[in-house]
Write a protein of this length. Structure first.
Lengths: 259, 325
């Protein structure tokens, strides 16, 4: 559900941003001393541009794959299978973004970015990949298409920002499309997890029961339910934060334009 | 420079310093909250806070965060007004830190919780395990031993909180306590659940494993207590102004100070690690691991503070693990 690129929320990319960009989300622990923002050096910038271009291309491949499969089959059911491999590859590749934050070439919070990327990876691998029966569900198409459009916009946004040449259209798209894509993706994700529940319960997938040598138990079924419940407090917070950011970023540009 | 001139200069200085006007503004809205006329220049920030409290009943001094620059550092209670860069009119920015709780209360809340929660599980109170297991007891001696260790650990902490520790700050924000309590209480419930479970499996290497782990646990608890006493004595002798760093004493447990800056954390990790081995319970190991991470962060911070403050700080010392971390 973090695909609207909550990276947006705390990333300040490049040296020129006409907007104050995204502030930081609520961090419960505000005991971190303010760090000096180290922007990326020339080599890091080049690497990041390449990374973002590759990711944009990757998600475009997924988008094209979806459209082609739809045209060939004539229906939108079961399109997941046609883009399964690039989806897994490029979504998993986003793990690198955690590294970027940790190393410091991207001024985002490691924890926040980690949380976002890991939740996406969790849905890709631990739910969709692991529970075969949900792969033909329509809800999968719902979140995959939401992710695809979001990521194409997000990565091209970063690419242009790094090159200090951000078209207003991309910025506008990034801060507007989420209004529809975010709820769309969340719905898809929740429906998919919900669809997976009976199979997880029946097969005891990823679950450990007592008694065992290390006195530990884990019920994946309960875990998935708790995950779904966690959307309730988290989704509105993130959504309204994005809306506030939108107001700030787009309003600021409006001022520029009226001058 | 003659003494006379210096004296004259000083006389002139005291004559020129009159009262200071203090205005307190809200750090965010810049609204004027309080206007204090004719404040003595040798007044402290603590006294300003008391005066401010008179105007705002709910905002007791511990809740007030005062700064000269809204984005700058907070002022200390013992800062004297005339020693600050203020001139004749001082503009101070205020922030509400939210409800505060005294440290002793904090520790009581954080430690009494796990103490009683674990006992609930040990005695198998209703609605935790299945109906036929209510108020039964485990056939394994290690389960009773674990309960004794866990209980003693928290009793020791309570004793230290009440009688041993001296705290530099008076209070802690309410939100932090709630968060800490949830963490401690939930985790102790989780690990107590498994150790006292009817399907609990005792350690693979039997009594040998339990006894060795128990011995290390006891040693670490004694060590941890010794360090707390040593740190407390340091504060008692020196007082707040004279800052010294801790040294090994005659007590062998404090000899760990040769190797680490924060042996209390080292011993704490040791105690929990041995408890994990003693019970052979993965949730306990997980708790130990998380505690280790948090204490390492604290130890590194402390170590850096010591190294920066004392030029003669021993090079051999590491923050938490001898020779390694």
């Amino acid at each position: 559900m973090w695909y609207t690129g909550i990276h947006v929320v705390s990333a300040k990319w490049g040296s020129v941003m006409s907007a104050p960009a995204m502030g930081t989300t609520k961090t419960a622990h505000s005991d971190v001393a303010p760090k000096k923002k180290r922007g990326p050096g020339a080599l890091a910038t080049a690497y990041l541009v390449i990374y973002n271009v590759v990711m944009t291309a990757g998600w475009l491949v997924i988008a094209v794959g979806l459209v082609r499969a739809y045209l060939v089959r004539g229906s939108y059911h079961g399109l997941y299978f046609s883009i399964e491999k690039p989806l897994k590859f490029f979504q998993t590749g986003a793990l690198l973004e955690i590294l970027h934050c940790a190393v410091g070439i991207v001024p985002s919070s490691v924890v926040l970015t980690g949380f976002q990327v890991l939740s996406r990876v969790f849905l890709t691998w631990a739910v969709t990949h692991s529970v075969r029966e949900v792969q033909s569900e329509d809800s999968v198409l719902l979140f995959v298409s939401a992710w695809t459009i979001t990521e194409i916009i997000r990565y091209s946004f970063y690419t242009f920002s790094l090159l200090n040449h951000l078209p207003y259209l991309i910025k506008w798209a990034r801060y507007t499309f989420f209004l529809v894509l975010y709820p769309m993706g969340v719905t898809g994700e929740l429906l998919t997890i919900y669809a997976a529940l009976p199979y997880v319960q029946k097969t005891g997938l990823y679950s450990v029961t007592l008694p065992n040598k290390y006195n530990f138990s884990f019920d994946y079924y309960t875990f998935l339910i708790l995950t779904m419940v966690s959307y309730i407090p988290l989704f509105p917070q993130l959504y309204f934060h994005m809306m506030r950011q939108r107001k700030k970023v787009l309003a600021h540009v409006e001022e520029y334009k009226t001058e | 420079m003659s003494r006379t001139t210096f004296f004259e200069r000083n006389i002139g200085r005291t004559r020129n310093i009159g009262r200071i006007t203090v205005e307190v503004l809200d750090g965010r809205t810049r609204q004027q909250l309080c206007f204090l006329d004719k404040v003595e220049p040798h007044a402290t920030i603590g006294e300003i806070k008391s005066l401010f409290h008179k105007s705002y009943q709910q905002l007791y001094p511990a809740r007030q965060d005062l700064k000269l620059d809204p984005k700058g550092k907070s002022l200390r209670d013992d800062d004297v007004l005339q020693n600050l860069p203020v001139g004749t009119t001082a503009t101070i920015y205020f922030k509400d830190l939210g409800p505060q709780v005294g440290w002793t209360m904090v520790f009581l809340a954080e430690y009494l919780g796990p103490l009683f929660i674990y006992l609930l599980f040990y005695f198998r109170a209703p609605y935790i395990y299945s109906h036929q297991d209510v108020f039964t007891s485990s056939p394994y001696s290690v389960v009773t031993l674990a309960c004794a260790c866990h209980t003693c650990h928290y009793i020791k902490r309570l004793i230290e909180a009440i009688f041993v520790h001296r705290f530099s700050h008076g209070t802690m924000p309410l939100r932090t306590i709630v968060r800490n309590c949830v963490y401690y209480w939930a985790f102790s419930a989780w690990l107590a659940f498994y150790i006292n479970h009817p399907l609990y499996t005792p350690p693979s290497y039997g009594d040998m494993q339990v006894n060795y782990a128990l011995a290390i646990f006891v040693l670490c608890e004694l060590g941890n207590f010794s360090i707390h006493v040593a740190l407390n004595n340091l504060k008692a002798e020196g007082g707040p102004k004279c800052r010294r760093f801790p040294h090994p004493t005659k007590n062998p447990f404090t000899w760990l100070f040769f190797f680490v800056s924060c042996p209390n954390y080292t011993y704490e990790v040791g105690a929990w690690a041995s408890f994990s081995v003693m019970t052979q319970c993965l949730p306990v190991a997980l708790f130990t691991f998380l505690a280790f991470i948090q204490m390492t962060i604290w130890a590194k911070g402390k170590h850096k503070t010591y190294s920066r403050e004392f030029k003669d700080y021993p090079q051999l010392r590491m923050p938490i693990i001898p020779l390694l971390l």
